[in-house]
Design a protein around this ligand. Sequence first.
Ligand code: ZN
Length: 307
Amino acid sequence: MNNASVGPSDVRVRAISEDGTVRAVAAVTSTLAEEARRRQQSAPTATAALGRALTASALLAAALKGDQKVTVRILGDGPLGAILVDGSADGDVRGYVQNPSVDLPLNDRRKLDVASAVGKGTIHITRDLGLRHPYEASAPLVSGEIGEDLTYYLARSEQIRSVVSLGVLVDRDESVLAAGGFVLQVMPGASSEVISALEAQAAALQSVTTLIRSGASAHDVLSSAFGNLSWRALDERPIQFACTCSLERVSGVLQGLGCEELQTLYEEQGQAEVTCRFCGERYVLDAPALRALMQQVCTGEAPSPIN
Ligand code: ZN
């Protein structure tokens, strides 16, 4: 992996205001966004969209515990197609964009035009908390910029007033120069002084990528977001790109095709080749392995498919 343009390892920090009415989480995700770009071979506009979404899932996952998981799906009608990212409590994050080669001209603010690339549609957030059913909600995309869409989602679907900032700065050589963001959530009971202080601070904020590019840590991003409000950090954790794919899972997916399709695959291609959409890892079941799997499925000896 080319680490030349990115800083030290990515970190996520959770924090709370001294009076307990404002919760926040900030993350530096430059390495994560660059690794996703490299794995997807994405063009700058797609890199920015995917990096923002990965940052969003890293931030949302900060509220999880154990092996709980959050999945963010951004389903817009723009050229990027779907963006799918997931994050876990332990800091693992992965994601992909359907059409990573999408690159649009800069918008009229001379920024990567993520909004046009995403288009109109919906944002879906699923939290798998280990209960019988995952918690799932959605909201319309309000701009396609992802940060604004998440703010609106939190207000509408989870009744949480928040300030969200997500950013990815792409270098001339198309690698990620800086990425990160924060989510600041105002709890019920926050005083009007606290709310107006946060609103004033939000209006005066430097962009999160400007901060991170100049060397800011996740703590520094929190200091900037809280402004004059006193706060303290609760915990800190490294975050990283990590995928859960494996040859076993790939075999499980192939089993799910059924006897006839596996026979066709075996006869026409002799082997099976599957590339993980999240991480780009390529798995090959050679002829003997595919034949064994096919015989297992066709004679009804197959265990139920792993998802
Ligand atoms: Zn994978």
